[in-house]
Each structure stands twice: as C-alpha cells, then as structure tokens.
Ligand binder design. Structure first.
Ligand code: B12
Length: 165
C-alpha cells in the first residue's frame, strides 16, 4: 500500500504544477504560438477605443527658414497625442520631431524639422488645440485628442505663448 502511495503523490504534485502553469497563461506566450509578439501587443497597449482623425500642423514663423507642414492622420485608435506625432512622421517625410522623456510628465517636444527651442532665448514648440481648447494644459503624452481635432505646434517665445517665467 505504502509503495503505491508515493507515485500517486508525485503524479498529483505534477498535476497541480501543470494546472498552475496553464492558469497563468504562460503556455500562450511562447514564441511558437506568438512569433511576432511586439507587433501584436503594440496596438493592444495603445488602443483607447474608437478610431479618429487628427490634423497636425507644425508652424515656424519665428526663425528662418520659416515653414508650415500639415499632416492629417486618419482612422487611428484614439491615443495620446505623441502617437499621432509618430504617425505624422511615418506618413510624411517632410515632418520629423525629437523629444525628451521626463518621468511623470512624459515627452517634451524638443525639435520639429530640426528647429529647437532654447532656454537662453526663451523659445519652444507651443502646443495648441486650434478649434477647441486653445493652449494645452498637458503635454503630448497626456493629451488625448478627439475626432477631427486640429493640433498646432507653433514655434514661438514663452512670452508670446503667455508663459512669463
Ligand atoms: C518652466 C515650464 C515650462 C517651460 C520650460 C522651459 C525650460 N526648458 O526651462 C516652457 C515654457 C518651455 C514650458 C512648455 C510647456 N509646458 Co511647461 N512648465 C514649466 C513649469 C512652470 C516649471 C518647470 C520647472 O522648471 N521645474 C523645475 C525643474 C528643476 O524641474 P525639471 O523636471 O528639470 O523641469 C523641466 C520639465 O518640467 C520640463 N517641462 C516644462 N514643461 C513641460 C511640459 C511637459 C509636457 C514635459 C514633458 C516637460 C516639461 O522643462 C523643465 C526645465 O527643463 C511647470 C509647472 C511646475 N510648477 O512644474 C510647467 C508644466 C510642467 N508645463 C506644462 C505644460 C502643459 C507645458 C506645455 C505642453 C504647454 C503647451 N501648451 O505647449 C509646453 C511643452 C510643449 C512641448 N514642446 O512639449 C504642464 C505639464 C502638465 C502635464 N501633466 O503634461 C506643467 C505642469 C504646468 C501645468 N499645466 O500645470 N513649460
């Protein structure tokens, strides 16, 4: 009797571990069943629901050479503004940007098409919701546009933007 009980205990322990492994979902995350893991997970992480259209305008009337670029991003999942900037750069070779990540605040947009703001002359890329909210009260990682929003990145001075620091 005692000789039979030991293998039974071993089998039970194995079954308990197998059940725990399956319930964590670990078996579903192997490379064999999900070879393109990043591509599959990115849309899931970024999606906030419905698909929207957003127009992005980058305007530099301040330093030479002046420019204005406009990109309309159509039917993309509603997400923070930074995602639409990424899409604008993907869609239009004439639009590019760089940003610095600040913990708790997200991305600060440093340059658009190579034009950079400086503390020394108090210039920056001011973010404005053209037809709805005016000057944004949060940055491109926190602001989530709604359908048909027009977002202007205007290269300007702190004073012109109303920031008298
Ligand atoms: C000074 C300041 C600015 C200056 C920064 C100049 C500089 N390089 O020194 C200027 C005028 C450029 C600025 C711009 C903006 N700002 Co500002 N700014 C501030 C302020 C008053 C003080 C920051 C500071 O000096 N902290 C002290 C230093 C020692 O800490 P720090 O971590 O090194 O500070 C840096 C960051 O705060 C960064 N920074 C400044 N503003 C922003 C905004 C965002 C979104 C990010 C990621 C970083 C960032 O620049 C600071 C200096 O290097 C804060 C309010 C506050 N009391 O914190 C708002 C604040 C941080 N700004 C804010 C906002 C919304 C903006 C803008 C998005 C406004 C706009 N509509 O365009 C833009 C950024 C646009 C872009 N290009 O991405 C919000 C951020 C809210 C949020 N959760 O997203 C704050 C909190 C004000 C608020 N509404 O309450 N800002």
């Amino acid at each position: 009797m005692a000789g039979n009980r030991i293998p039974m205990v071993r089998v039970s322990v194995l079954l308990v571990f197998l059940a725990m492994y399956l319930s964590t979902g670990a078996s579903k995350r192997t490379l064999a069943t999900n070879p393109n893991q990043c591509a599959l997970e990115l849309p899931h992480c970024k999606t906030y629901g419905k698909h929207i259209n957003v127009k992005i305008i980058a305007r530099n009337d301040l330093v030479e050479p002046n420019f204005e670029e406009e990109v309309t991003i159509s039917s993309q999942p509603q997400s923070p503004l930074i995602y639409f900037l990424e899409q604008a750069a993907e869609l239009n070779g004439a639009f590019n940007f760089s940003a610095t990540y600040y913990p708790t605040l997200g991305y600060f947009i440093d340059t658009i098409n190579g034009v950079r703001g400086f503390k020394e002359n108090k210039t920056f890329w001011h973010i404005i919701s053209v037809d709805r909210l005016g000057s944004l009260e949060c940055g491109s990682s926190s602001f989530i546009p709604i359908n048909n929003d027009i977002i202007l990145f205007n290269f300007t001075t702190w004073a012109q933007a109303g920031f008298d620091y």
